[in-house]
Design a protein around this ligand. Structure first.
Ligand code: PAJ
Length: 280
């Protein structure tokens, strides 16, 4: 694997015409969920580029940014093992040579007003800014993202549209990789204490129950059961929501005429966890 810290060096390396580039952007602290994206990208591209960049502009919570785990040596070892071809490991100045104030912003409209957009003001502006910049640097044919961050996938679909890159870069949404008890893998999981880790899969259990009760119960009943269960285990739930899978229109009740998705965000101690499940 070749590691680049400078945009110019990376672009020189990627300049050979005719090769397809698959791109996996990350914040690092890699786990098997991230590696699954590399594996999927490897099957369909000549070159797989992974980026590790803890983007300061997408952290609306300063403490979350400061506590974000940094494990670069272990990340590099995992990427080599996975067969990733290129790691882009830039500094903040390299990504934002003109400063990181949000110069280039995109308007994600409705998507930025609900769920993660409502709970984390400014977060998606920062995600759009950094992914827009990374796409301009890497110019991949395929961008690989995890369903784990479903709303982010929708926002970045819109970003590609707003950039007018629909013919250049195709977004591929990859399945969520889970621990044996159902907990979605996340870099933040390593900040859970042992007792918290034992409780963390409650979020997954709630999603399974929302999925399982769609023909027997009202969503509001199941939603309340989930909120109560999460609170009883010590979580502070932010939302337990149901939406259309296509455009994240929030639903008050199950509507089997649309593909639906259930989404949960909850804090356990000071660790914020999110997960979702398509209902079908
Ligand atoms: P990060 O949280 O590091 O995630 C990088 C990619 O890995 C995202 O597309 C995310 O959805 C995916 N991912 C995370 N956990 C996963 C899991 N358990 N199974 C499958 N995929 C998983 O998301 C970001 O970074 C940033 O916002 C980024 C897009 C890099 C912009 O800074």
């Amino acid at each position: 694997m070749v590691i680049f810290k400078k945009v110019a060096d990376l672009q020189q390396y990627l300049a050979t015409p005719g090769q397809t580039i698959g791109f996996v952007p990350t914040l690092g602290a890699l786990h098997k969920g991230h590696i699954s994206l590399i594996d999927i990208a490897k099957k369909a591209n000549d070159i797989v580029v992974c980026s590790i960049f803890v983007n300061p502009t997408q952290f609306n919570d300063k403490a979350d940014f400061e506590k974000y785990p940094i494990t670069v040596d272990a990340d590099i070892a995992m990427l080599i093992e996975s067969g990733c071809d290129v790691l882009f490991l830039p500094s903040v100045d390299e990504v934002y040579p003109g400063g990181s104030s949000l110069s280039q912003t995109y308007d994600f409209g409705y998507l930025d007003t609900i769920l993660e957009g409502a709970q984390r003001p400014g977060h998606f502006k920062g995600v759009g800014q950094v992914v827009g910049r990374l796409l301009e640097i890497v110019k991949p044919q395929y961008l690989y993202l995890g369903q784990k961050d479903y709303q982010q996938c929708m926002v970045l679909t819109k970003l590609i549209e707003l950039m007018g890159w629909g013919n250049k870069t195709k977004l591929i949404i990859c399945p969520t990789v889970r621990e044996a008890d159902g907990l979605a893998m996340s870099s933040r999981n390593r900040r859970l204490t042992d007792p918290q880790r034992l409780l963390a899969a409650t979020i997954y259990q709630c999603l399974v129950s929302i999925q399982g009760k769609q023909t027997t119960d009202n969503f509001s009943t199941v939603q309340k059961e989930c909120m109560d269960l999460l609170r009883s285990k010590g979580f502070e739930p932010e939302y337990v929501a149901l939406a259309t899978a296509k455009d994240l229109t929030l639903l008050n009740d199950y509507d089997t005429s649309h593909p639906m998705i259930a989404l949960i965000a909850a804090k356990l101690g000071d660790v914020r966890l999110i997960d979702n499940m398509l209902l079908n």
